[in-house]
Ligand binder design. Structure first.
Ligand SMILES: O=C(O)CC[C@@H](O)C(=O)O
Ligand SMILES: [Zn+2]
Length: 487
């Protein structure tokens, strides 16, 4: 049995819901005139055009902003923020708006500052592999740009077709390649950021090594636009691998899946580039809603393993030895391998489209948890027992290699009783095992008040001081990341 958490008690209102509006100014005719002069044709006030920017991808958080600004340059972002800071106008920075925690949409009438027209590559050095680009470049466009030059982005995720690199960096998005190339905290070498008062902070270094003073860019990575607006990014890109293989495998227990992971690390070593999983419930939803077909025999667990290396023969030999080992030892019950691009894509889409399949089930309660890897599926099973038939589906999938579980719980529609049964139970469970309640998606609006389950109050208080120093009026992405009350 778990102890109740000291910061929570059952009588409080839903801590993921919106707090009351803070006393920011309202946009006036004079403000609009200023924006229209600065951004002619790029100051959007038509409610129809604003609709999709006011609501998140999951359609669970909706604001009512009346102004969407689409700057093209850092200088324009600087002028916007200087004006908003002077006028005490709240701003919601927005990239591709693919976030899952309500971090990228206004909560009330915050001005939406979109990076969608800041989509230019600035430089690419094909010796060092360092790319410098504006924040609004779409991840997939950057991937295509680099692939033509024999490089790749160090991150890849399901939302690649819409998400912006600036948003990826602001949320420190993880994704499918983190196991191999590490987090953005390591691959981002420099940032240009506009601070709340309009000052431009040019830390756009392109150096692998740079120990001169505090590493300020880290403050903006993962802080969800609450400390500054990222306008450009320098990022270290790996060479495009000459050989890529994907194996799609079935396992009959999570224990066997973990043993397969251990074996895989040992036998594939440096060519392993992803180790992902999803459970049988995810597979049913992929079949039911997206009409995807399971390429192997039905199993309780499915694994996607990717190898990426420089020598096809060497990689295939390693992969086949590994597959032989896990098949003969019965760790894996069935499997298929792809080397050809379209088949690789088809296998990957099974894993990448789980989130999309879930949206067809009604309302989804989403949890993005880091735990010791051997514990990740215990949480799913425990939750199934705990919720009984209150939930329509309790599914688990995610990044085994990173100890990151995506626990998703669906119900036909929003259900406060179900929510009360899930939270804070899920956070207490996570905290008990010293996990993180926000592994790679951020805290946004939905998780901000649960921060104490993963961070001591001294750390949260220091975050509050940093916020107060960089954004004294609190105009940048209010109601996000930090809790309503810092204690
Ligand atoms: O929807 C989710 O919970 C996870 C989304 C994404 O991080 C993934 O790994 O597919
Ligand atoms: Zn993920």
């Amino acid at each position: 049995p778990l102890k109740p958490h000291p910061q929570r008690n059952g009588s409080e209102r839903n801590p993921g819901a919106a707090p009351p509006r803070l006393p920011f100014s309202r946009v006036t005719r004079e403000d609009l005139a200023f924006f229209r002069t600065l951004l002619p044709g790029r100051t959007i006030t038509d409610p129809d055009l604003l609709k999709s920017s006011n609501v998140d991808w999951l359609k669970t958080v909706e604001g009512n902003s009346e102004v969407l600004l689409r700057p093209k340059t850092t200088e324009e972002v600087s002028q916007i923020l200087r004006h908003c800071n002077e006028r005490n106008l709240a701003v919601c920075p927005q990239g591709g708006n693919t976030g899952l925690v309500g971090g990228s949409v206004p909560v009330f009438d915050e001005i939406i500052l979109s990076t969608s027209l800041m989509n230019q590559v600035i430089t690419f050095d094909n010796i060092s592999g360092i790319l410098t680009c504006q924040a609004g470049c779409v991840l997939e466009n950057l991937s295509n740009y680099l692939e033509e030059r024999d490089f790749i982005m160090p991150l890849d995720l399901g939302a690649k077709g819409s998400c912006h690199i600036g948003g990826n960096v602001s949320t420190n998005a993880g994704g499918l390649r983190l196991l191999r190339y590490g987090s953005l905290r390591g691959t981002v070498l420099g940032l240009e950021v506009v601070l709340a008062d309009g000052r431009i902070l040019n830390c756009l270094a392109t150096l692998r090594k740079d120990n001169t003073g505090y590493d300020l860019k880290q403050l903006f990575i993962g802080s969800e636009g609450t400390l500054g607006v990222i306008t450009a990014v320098s990022i270290l890109c790996p060479r495009k691998p000459k050989a890529v293989n994907v194996a799609f495998l079935g396992c009959s227990s999570f224990q066997q899946l973990l043993e397969t992971f251990q074996c895989c690390r040992g036998m594939l070593g440096e060519i392993l580039s992803a180790f992902e999983f999803f459970d049988a419930s995810c597979m049913s939803l992929l079949e039911k809603h997206l009409k995807l077909t399971n390429p192997i025999t039905e199993s309780p667990f499915y694994i996607v393993i990717e190898t990426a290396g420089s020598n096809a023969t060497h990689d295939e030999e390693k992969l086949h030895k590994f597959l032989e080992e896990v098949m003969t030892s019965s760790l894996v019950t069935d499997g298929t391998v792809a080397t050809e691009a379209t088949k690789i894509k088809a296998l990957w889409s099974l894993r990448e489209r789980v989130t999309e399949a879930l949206t067809h089930e009604g309302y989804t309660y989403k949890y993005d948890i880091s735990l010791p890897v051997e514990k990740i599926y215990d949480l799913v099973q425990d939750m199934r027992g705990h919720l009984g038939d209150m939930a329509k589906n309790v599914v688990g999938y995610g990044h085994v290699g990173d100890g990151n579980l995506h626990l998703n719980i669906t119900s036909p529609s929003k259900d406060p009783a179900l929510l009360a049964a899930i939270e804070p139970y899920v956070y207490e469970w996570t905290s008990e095992w010293k996990g993180s309640i926000s592994a790679e998606h951020g805290l946004g609006l939905k998780k901000r008040n649960y921060i104490y389950y993963s961070k001591p109050s001294e750390a949260v208080a220091l975050m509050g001081s940093i916020k107060a120093m960089l954004d004294p009026k609190g105009i940048l992405n209010p109601y996000k990341t930090l809790p309503d009350n810092i204690h």
